[in-house]
Design a protein around this ligand. Structure first.
Ligand code: BG6
Length: 272
């Protein structure tokens, strides 16, 4: 089992693993966890938990290397800096990750990453990247949120109508017509998003607001990819695709971030 931080206040209950600074449980009082977590996920150091909110950094969708396509921040052990009660309804947890010999081999720059997680009636994540190097670097990144749904057939995502997107399955640019529903594999990077996104399930609607980002990734593996992932990675069941949808707050592809020495950038997601 991995080391994790447990937070309980008047509004919610949450769990955050030090491995990857991964929030893997967030439950408001009287509700189920809003985050999906695979029942057969590995909880092993050096491996991302399947579910919750993996942090993809310093790459999102790096096509050159499949094993590192979502970077290494989600598999390294972060340092717990503090847990503070802001008031009886809100708790803030801060975790940090700095460059190491291991990271410098993959990404040859000195950096600091700080994740602020605010657990209240909503869940707020702020991921701040600071360039501690003498050279400029570029990053792409994502807060890769797995939302738990009662059944993918009932899910409808709004807020992305008329937005341009890259269909990552056929590598083609398209324009979103109407709301998004699911009856096949979906792997899309929406661009120029500066508004609220709504995830409507059978009886509930969740909202996501992002800042420091203009890309939103919507992903559901559907039947075949879920079966393949279940066999190859052995951390999700064959039918798991029915239970989640990923709506990821991202800086991806053309929406990459350039940081000069001493500069910082914050990617923020607010889920409520
Ligand atoms: C999504 C990508 O963000 O993450 C998919 O769009 C990918 O293409 C998925 O399959 C899961 O990636 P991983 O590395 O966690 O298995």
């Amino acid at each position: 089992m991995l080391e994790f931080i447990e937070v309980k206040n008047n509004s919610a209950y949450a769990k955050i693993a030090l491995n990857g600074a991964q929030v893997f449980h967030y439950e408001r009082v009287g509700e189920k966890s809003l985050l999906w977590l695979s029942e057969i996920s590995d909880f092993k150091e050096g491996k991302s938990i399947r579910g919750g909110i993996p942090i993809c950094w310093p790459w999102f969708g790096k096509p050159q290397d499949k094993t590192l396509q979502h970077g290494f921040a989600r598999t390294l052990k972060w340092t717990h800096i503090s847990t503070d009660e802001i008031d009886s309804n809100t708790t803030q947890v801060i975790l940090k990750l700095q460059h190491s010999q291991e990271s410098l081999k993959l990404f040859p720059y000195k950096f600091e990453l700080a994740l602020h997680v605010e657990i209240g009636d909503g869940l707020k994540l702020k991921l701040k990247t600071t360039n501690l190097d003498t050279k400029t670097f570029e990053i792409t990144q994502a807060l890769h949120t797995y939302f738990a749904v009662s059944n993918i057939d009932d899910v409808e995502i709004s807020g992305l109508e008329n937005k341009p997107y890259l269909d990552a399955l056929i590598w083609k640019n398209e324009i979103q017509k109407g709301v998004i529903t699911f009856d096949k594999e979906v792997d899309r990077v929406y661009q120029k998003v500066d508004n609220k996104i709504n995830i409507k399930d059978k009886n509930t609607t969740l909202h996501v607001e992002n800042s420091g980002s203009s890309s939103v990734v919507v992903w559901n593996p559907w039947i075949d990819k879920c079966q393949r992932m279940s066999l190859d990675k052995n951390d999700m069941k064959k039918e798991a695709y029915k239970e989640f949808v990923c709506v990821e707050s991202a800086n991806a592809f053309e929406d990459f971030i350039v940081l000069k020495p001493d500069e910082s950038h914050t990617l923020e997601a607010f889920i409520y």
